[in-house]
Design a binder for this molecule. Structure first.
Ligand code: GRF
Length: 197
């Protein structure tokens, strides 16, 4: 059984999906860390009886913040760390320390539309398809190898909010699937590539 730590900054709907899927999976979420004290996801974790911790990024350097995260994750003996709506950029040092064990979900078909304001940019560009990606985290933002993707249509009448809702629905299936693969050692990061067993 792999111990998982989840880092959040917000409402935690992906966290909820990971929690819901863990009963019949080879992973167990042992710690949820938020950098925001009133993040909705903290209540989601607490309701499921999962330990929570708030580690603020304020009044400290990026390196100090990441060292605090690292210490909390190591104290909880996590094998895998999932970013789920975690809105801080992690230092190269942190990304390297957790290489192959650190994954993120991003609401686009990576490598397209890295970064923020994804849905606005997808609509603006007139795309007919978008989606979500779960990927290994490497030092460069949203650039790590993809573990799993799911597509959704983009409709001409879509607002960013409508598209976000459609993408989020597939995120909730995709993230547990990808985490199951990683927890079962069916995918690993090797020489910068996702290698499937
Ligand atoms: C999701 O759209 C995820 O792809 C992005 O941030 C959002 C988090 O939503 N990284 P939630 O907090 O899991 O509801």
């Amino acid at each position: 059984m792999k111990k998982v730590g989840v880092l959040i900054s917000g409402r935690g709907s992906n966290l909820g999906a990971l929690i819901a899927a863990q009963a019949d999976s080879s992973y167990k979420i042992v710690l949820v860390i938020s950098n925001i004290a009133d993040a909705g996801g903290l209540a989601v974790a607490a309701e499921a009886g999962i330990a929570t911790k708030v580690i603020s990024h304020k009044d400290k350097s990026r390196e100090e913040f990441d060292a605090d995260l690292d210490a909390a994750l190591r104290a909880a003996k996590t094998d895998i760390v999932c970013l789920a709506g975690f809105m801080r950029i992690l230092s190269d040092r942190f990304a390297r320390a957790w290489e192959g064990k650190l994954v993120n979900i991003h609401p686009s078909l990576l490598p397209a539309y890295k970064g923020i304001k994804v849905h606005e940019r997808v609509i603006e560009a007139g795309e007919v398809t978008s989606g979500a990606s779960v990927h290994f985290v490497v030092p460069e933002l949203d650039a790590g190898p993809v573990i799993a993707q799911a597509k959704v249509p983009v409709h001409p009448s879509d607002t960013p909010e409508m598209l976000a809702t459609r993408v989020l629905e597939v995120e909730h299936k995709l993230y547990p699937q990808a985490l199951r693969l990683l927890a079962a050692d069916k995918v690993r990061l090797e020489k910068g590539l996702a290698v499937f067993a």
